[in-house]
Design a protein around this ligand. Structure first.
Ligand code: SF4
Ligand code: SF4
Length: 188
């Protein structure tokens, strides 16, 4: 008798589980019963999609100075860049003496490792949320400067991005305090 009831409970639980909404999605798109397409699966803020370049809204130019640090550190050598004198610096509107003139990333070769973001000292590159960029064209995923800035700008807007070097540090168990340079921290 007890075993029969136990079996009945197991059957009921399994039936209820079968009625739950599915936790998986058909990818890349699936028509639902109303003929509408599902939205793409949302990703978390920490998701690392393809790298993209950021835009400095305060000055009106890219953050990237084309210093080549990320390019030297990229394990797949999929990036190239060219530097130029910054006309806005000559007009005393920007502190960047040099600025990026052209930049290209071959996303077909990018392994999404994030090293370029880690080594950049200028907050100029991010791992965006873009991940649906496949194309049937050979070299169709070589993105130039305007395309990289467009993806980066969308990422900045969608995530309320703050440049890492301007973020506020929150010490363990304490109130938030402004990040300080070593010189500022030593001064009384
Ligand atoms: S993204 Fe950063 S590390 Fe790469 S060239 Fe631009 S400023 Fe330098
Ligand atoms: S994520 Fe990695 S592989 Fe892709 S461009 Fe950056 S350093 Fe290169």
């Amino acid at each position: 008798m007890f075993n029969s009831l136990k079996g009945l409970v197991v059957t009921l639980v399994s039936t209820m589980n079968g009625l739950r909404a599915p936790v998986t999605r058909q990818y890349p798109d699936s028509g639902n019963l109303l003929g509408k397409r599902d939205e793409p699966t949302p990703v978390k803020d920490r998701f690392m999609g393809f790298p993209a370049l950021t835009w400095d809204d305060e000055v009106g130019e890219p953050f990237c100075t084309s210093c080549m640090v990320c390019i030297r550190g990229c394990p797949t050598q999929c990036m190239t860049s060219v530097m130029k004198d910054n006309p806005l610096h000559e007009q005393e509107k920007s502190s960047r003496r040099k600025i990026v003139d052209s930049f290209e990333i071959n996303l077909n070769r990018c392994i999404l490792c994030g090293i370029c973001v880690e080594v950049c000292n200028f907050d100029a590159i991010v791992m965006s949320h873009e991940h649906e960029m496949s194309t049937s064209n050979r070299n169709g995923d070589r993105l130039d400067l305007p395309a990289l800035l467009e993806i980066g700008f969308k990422f900045q807007k969608d995530t309320d991005w703050i440049p890492p070097t301007k973020r506020v540090k929150v010490p363990k168990g304490g109130a938030a305090e402004e990040s300080k340079t070593p010189a500022e921290a030593e001064s009384p």
